[in-house]
Write a protein that binds this ligand. Structure first.
Ligand code: CTP
Ligand code: CA
Length: 239
């Protein structure tokens, strides 16, 4: 009797998604942040839940509510996000790193509020590298859980040296994940912001081999396309 059991192509699958943007503390009231709204990550979590998956969302300062049906773990900084992802990853069939993780954090966050002082030099903020959570998740998977499918995200701009697509391909190889969802960011020809905070998106889904798959539309439509692709990859493994 299947009554009450979730239906859908990802029924019985555990999907772990990170979303939003981390905040790196400077002092108790200030942080270094980024412009990620969490909309695309929330849409991915919703699409995975709609496909029947058991979804955990590791949420860093999202501007939008988490979708119903996802279990939410709230985090603040990149180090918090790392800890939550490494704790939740065991047993997940799919891990999606949609969060914008700060590459650097202030090396010495102050325990009390930084004050202006007339008798001392203006402060200088020194930064240190944050760990690469996606790379750590891939390493953990390779060591402990080879069947887990890991999906990264990248926002790239082209420049004189390379196209955004070439940077995306290089990043996919460097990270060691199976899929990389590539966004071209920056101002478009009309000067308006292309990705951050917007409701629509246009991406290329890159795999280690094969042609990139284009997906465009609302962030929900893009999320549905990414989840369809994930479903195909999982199906290809079990047959
Ligand atoms: N990522 C991560 N941990 C970090 C930085 C990034 O897990 N400290 C993840 C992001 O969640 C994303 C992927 O890595 O899934 C690519 O992020 P991106 O910022 O494009 O890559 P970086 O390796 O940080 O390279 P860049 O110098 O281009 O920012
Ligand atoms: Ca980065």
């Amino acid at each position: 009797d299947d009554a009450g059991r979730p239906a859908g192509p990802l029924a019985g699958r555990r999907v772990l998604v990170s979303a939003g943007g981390t905040r790196e503390p400077l002092d108790p009231v200030r942080f270094l942040g980024n412009r990620s709204s969490g909309k695309q990550g929330a849409a991915l979590a919703r699409a995975a839940a709609d496909a029947g998956a058991d979804v955990t969302l590791v949420a860093a300062h999202m501007d939008v509510p988490a979708p119903e049906g996802a279990r939410v773990v709230s985090v603040g900084s990149a180090l918090d996000l790392r800890e939550a992802m490494l704790a939740e990853a065991p047993g997940a069939d799919v891990v999606i790193m949609a969060a914008a993780v700060a590459d650097f954090r202030p090396s010495e966050p102050q325990a009390s509020k930084i004050k202006k002082r007339d008798d001392a030099a203006d402060p200088v903020i020194t930064l240190v590298r944050n760990p690469d959570v996606l790379v750590e998740l891939v390493q953990r998977r390779n060591d402990a859980e080879p069947g887990q499918l890991i999906v990264g995200f990248a926002a790239e701009t082209g420049d004189d040296a390379s196209s955004a697509l070439d940077y995306g391909r290089a990043k996919l190889a460097r990270k060691g994940c199976e899929l990389l969802v590539l966004n071209e960011v920056g101002d478009d020809a009309t000067g308006s912001e292309r990705v951050f905070g917007r409701d629509s998106n246009s991406v290329l889904i890159l795999a280690r081999d094969g042609e990139p798959e284009h997906a465009a539309g609302s962030k929900d439509e893009v999320a549905a396309a990414v989840v369809r692709r994930i479903t195909c990859e999982l199906a290809a493994r079990t047959t």
